[in-house]
Design a binder for this molecule. Structure first.
Ligand SMILES: CC(C)[C@H](C(=O)O)[C@@H](O)C(=O)O
Ligand code: SF4
Length: 476
């Protein structure tokens, strides 16, 4: 009987384990297992050396159809018709175009109507499906886990390995279930879930794990919302984040360019439905949160885990028992120019950025526009809205969202990573403070000396109008 129970437990698998096993190719004794890779995403920053390596070794790209490439990190978000002023950015863009041309790869270049941030454009075309293994030389590849895929970032030498062999040496991760029960309160969003989770796990809590997000609040999210949550799995230190595919996933994919069609669609559906974690399967770690406890979140420090509800105050270093966290708090307060115990709603801002692969999708702009409607950007504040892709931009314009922003005094830009990491010239000046919908608030991330507070799009729009953070949960 006990044996039977044990056997039953062994046979019950998590979604991660099912995907892993179906992609396992081979393992040499003493070496990491080799995984088959279905999809390889690319941008201009991490691919040039990989292409160079292939060229030197005289090897072709094994499966050009597995690759989708874009230009996003270095692209200007205004005056796109003028030549790129920054010589490094210009070179990266040109090199990307040459490499894709030479290898026959599908590239959404700067002129393409499909251009945008890699993790925004890939889902728009239905390029990632449930059950796939997806890689990209970019840490936020975890975004695509929202489709029930195993998606993670890799280094440039690994990019070369995947291009040459369509496989990747990869150690198996442990599994973590992050269960978010209950319902979100009004004006709370997927971004607040993502930040609140990191507030609990810390940026190292996910190290060695692949997270599966589940529970009523995750199921209730749209695909866009699930992408936001999975996008930030990496900020919790996890290898990847994923959500079980369901009817929302299938509806999102159906009819998209790279989605299976006809009979293949039916077969795919049967397979996708089988990927869901078996009832009773065990995870190595389980974390439970209640969505109704999550208030609109704001980071106060220089790490995404240094986060608090907007109704709270900047913590004192002494409030941390852990010495490392205490010191981190001290140093963050110094860099951020904040005094402990300052109410979050008393913090004034200079800049607002809405965009990035975390919150640059249509729903994010709808949320922000609802908040921005009829307001005016506060004096002394610069606010920029940067759609994640041209498709997002066009859709937003169709809905009149650009007008709402422009009338409120916002700049309405062209798509790209922009001020998420300030590689394209969009950056904060020393000491400027920004309410940003991106995913990283590291020192200098948005420009040397720049101070980043991570928030949701609605929080960003409310801050732009007030000139400081606002407890939007108190709004009607
Ligand atoms: C440039 C790229 C390698 C980097 C990443 O891996 O995430 C960037 O996208 C980021 O968000 O910091
Ligand atoms: S938007 Fe930001 S986080 Fe996303 S890929 Fe670009 S730089 Fe990285």
């Amino acid at each position: 009987m006990l044996e039977e129970l044990a056997l039953e437990r062994i046979m019950k698998k998590t979604m991660y384990e099912k995907i892993w096993e179906s992609h396992f190719v081979h393992q040499e004794p003493g070496q990491a297992p080799l995984l088959y890779v279905d999809r390889h995403l690319m941008h201009e920053v991490t691919s040039p050396q990989a292409f160079e390596g292939l060229r030197m070794a005289n090897r072709p790209v094994r499966n050009p159809h597995s690759i989708l490439a874009t230009m996003d990190h270095c692209v200007p978000t205004k005056d796109r018709d003028l030549p790129i002023a920054d010589p490094i950015a210009k070179k990266q863009i040109e090199t990307m175009a040459e490499n894709c041309e030479e290898n026959g790869l599908n590239l959404y270049d700067m002129e393409s109507p499909d251009n945008g941030v890699i993790h925004v454009v890939v889902p728009e075309h239905g390029f990632v499906h449930p059950g796939m293994v997806v890689v990209c030389g970019d840490s936020h590849t975890a975004t695509h886990g929202a489709f029930g895929a195993l998606a993670f970032g890799i280094g440039t030498s690994e990019v070369e390995h995947v291009m040459a062999t369509q496989t990747l040496p990869q150690q198996k991760s442990k599994t973590m279930l992050v269960q978010v029960d209950g319902k979100l309160s009004k004006h709370c969003t997927a971004k607040d879930i993502a930040l609140a989770i990191i507030g609990v796990t810390g940026t190292a809590g996910g190290t060695g794990y692949v997270i599966e997000y589940a529970g009523e609040a995750i199921e209730a999210l749209t695909m866009e919302g699930r992408m936001t949550v999975c996008n930030m799995a990496i900020e919790a230190g996890a290898r990847a984040g994923m959500v079980a595919p369901d009817q929302k996933t299938f509806d999102f994919l159906e009819g998209k360019e790279f989605a299976p069609k006809g009979e293949q669609w039916e077969q795919a559906l049967t397979y996708w439905k089988s990927l869901v974690t078996d009832e009773g399967a065990e995870y190595d770690k389980v974390i439970t949160l209640n969505a109704s406890d999550i208030s609109p979140q704001v980071t106060w420090g220089t790490s995404p885990e240094q986060v608090i509800g907007v109704n709270g105050a900047v913590p004192t270093p002494e409030s941390f028992d852990d010495k490392g966290k205490r010191l981190a708090c001290e140093s963050a307060l110094k860099y951020m120019g904040l005094a402990a115990e300052t109410k979050m709603t008393d913090i004034n801002i200079d800049y607002v950025f809405i965009g990035s692969c975390t919150n640059g999708r249509i729903e994010d702009f709808r949320d922000a526009a609802e908040m921005a409607k009829g307001t005016t950007v506060a004096e002394g504040v610069t606010a920029i809205a940067v759609p994640g892709s041209f498709h997002v931009k066009v859709q937003a314009e169709k809905e009149g969202i650009d007008k709402i922003f422009k009338e409120a005094g916002w700049e309405w830009r062209e798509p790209g990573c922009s001020m998420c990491l300030a590689m394209n010239g969009d950056e904060l000046k020393d000491g400027q403070r920004c309410a940003s919908t991106s995913n990283r608030n590291f020192e200098g991330r948005q420009g040397k000396g720049g101070r980043t507070h991570l928030v949701s799009p609605a929080m960003a729009a409310a801050a732009a109008a007030a000139g400081h953070f606002v407890d939007i949960s108190k709004l009607g």
